[in-house]
Write a protein that binds this ligand. Structure first.
Ligand code: NDP
Length: 302
């Protein structure tokens, strides 16, 4: 069996198009575009790229995206003061603080300080609690995107449903694994949440009709861990070194997932690639969350 490849780039483009349309309607109705403020503290090169990409992606769909860069030595109280200012600014619909933060700033204090109705990353405990309670909330972008890819797989494969399916999520972070498990539960899957202390991880994965890997360990999930016909969603993004092909050549790096793709695609019915799977969906879902937050806040006023 060779799996159908779930094209996250293409699906992300469809989501962005939908958001672009929604933003145009919002802007016409309320006389201003939705506003997204992205805060970066420090000079981490990867975070600089991610935040610039978020600002650019927002502008591309008509959202008023703004990136604030604060120095590495910024105190927790300065960052909190900036968040309180944005919380109170009526033209700001979405606030995102790029993680990780420098060590002098407590992540929990910062995430807790963002107004839940502007929390477009969906990391505030109020949004996490609402999701767990099966109530409407701002859902973290990566699991939201992963669910859209899963629904694409269900639509592509005949006779497949999430209802009653056994879904195994490997990884229990607040950002990916736990919200992913909640979304699968809400879709009536039977969910197993596996982690670093799980006994017989390979055997647990082999029971999965839907296998979601969110671990951060390059190619941990091998092909023979995948049940024949399963849907595999690989959230992992790991940069590994590739040895130089010849003595004169410098070594290179490449991006791989948490799943050994070439092996797993021989067992799965559908699988996401890395890159080009879940990754592109995350920013698309951030744009969608910003539009949802803007619509909900303004609609609540009647
Ligand atoms: P975390 O490090 O926060 O969590 C990793 C989870 O994996 C933990 O629950 C940990 O278990 C579990 N784990 C670690 N090692 C093993 C193992 N050997 N066997 C079983 N479980 C294990 O990572 P994140 O959730 O933030 O990210 C996971 C992956 O997803 C990373 O590769 C990250 O880069 C990627 N990612 C991709 C995004 C995208 O846009 N595509 C966005 C966010 C993340 P325990 O709790 O017991 O320690």
């Amino acid at each position: 069996m060779t799996a159908a490849i779930l094209d996250g780039k293409k699906l992300a483009e469809t989501v962005r198009e939908e958001v672009r349309g929604g933003v145009a309607t919002f802007t016409k109705k309320y006389g201003r575009a939705p506003g997204l403020e992205v805060i970066l503290v420090g000079e981490d090169p990867a975070s600089q790229i991610y935040t610039r990409n978020k600002e650019k992606a927002a502008k591309d769909v008509g959202i008023r995206g703004k990136l604030h860069v604060l120095p590495t030595g910024t105190s927790e109280s300065t960052l909190l003061a900036e968040l309180y200012r944005l919380n109170a600014d009526d033209a700001v619909d979405g606030i995102l603080v790029q993680l990780p933060l420098p060590s002098q700033i407590r992540q929990s204090r910062v995430l807790d300080a963002i107004r839940p109705d502007k929390d477009v990353d969906g990391f505030h405990p109020t949004n996490a609690g609402l999701l767990t309670s099966g109530r409407p909330s701002l859902v973290p972008c990566t699991p939201r995107g992963a669910m859209k890819l899963l629904n694409l797989a269900i639509a592509t494969l005949a006779h497949t449903t999430l209802e009653g399916a056994h879904a195994v999520v490997v990884g229990r972070s607040n950002i990916v694994g736990k919200p992913m498990a909640q979304l699968l539960l809400a879709a009536n899957a039977t969910v197993t949440l596996a982690h670093s202390r799980t006994k017989d991880l390979a055997g647990t994965c082999r029971q999965a009709d839907v296998l979601v890997a969110a671990v951060g360990k390059a190619e941990l999930v091998r092909g023979n861990w995948v049940k024949p016909g399963a849907i595999v969603i690989d959230v992992g993004m790991n940069r590994i070194h590739v040895a130089a092909a010849s003595p004169g050549e410098t070594s290179k790096t490449k991006l791989v997932g948490d799943v050994a793709f070439d092996e797993a695609k021989e067992h799965a019915a559908a699988i996401t690639p890395v890159p080009g799977g879940v990754g592109p969906m995350t920013i698309a879902c951030l744009l969608e969350n910003t539009l949802i937050a803007a619509q909900a806040r303004l609609a609540a006023r009647g």
